[in-house]
Design a binder for this molecule. Sequence first.
Ligand code: FES
Ligand code: FES
Length: 162
Amino acid sequence: MMKLKPGERPRISCTVNGKAASGRVESRMLLSDFLRHELHLYGTHVGCEHGVCGACTVLFDGRLARACTMLAVQADGAEITTIEGLGDDPRLENLRQAFSRHGALQCGFCTPGVLASCAHFLAANPSPTEAQVREMLTGHLCRCTGYEGMVQAILEASTAGT
Ligand code: FES
Ligand code: FES
């Protein structure tokens, strides 16, 4: 447990997208705000800010996490991957192209979170059924697309769709 003097802000150190990151943060600062405002990783979008919409989804020590429902101090010692860190993932490249072909995004606000979930989901389940894809997408709210294009794109990008 960190011991702080009165008024002192906790210092955190973590790994974000493979690089060391550290800084002093307010105890109440959300992880999503730390990623966006301190590290300038604006691909982590913030919509509802209470864990519902999925726009802020990141990988946290290999698991999916809502960055808006975690505090930055919880990231001390953690390994975090945001959508920016998934840029070299070949599966993501296939997904991005499939999303484009199937019109799976419009405004794009939900897209980074959806793609982060897709990367995690397809790594564990490379040949999902349509029902499994739809269940995975229940963790994300998209106000634009109606989800149909996303489902088709994810199936196409998975080994089930090749
Ligand atoms: S902004 Fe985090 S779940 Fe909506
Ligand atoms: S593409 Fe606009 S919210 Fe999903």
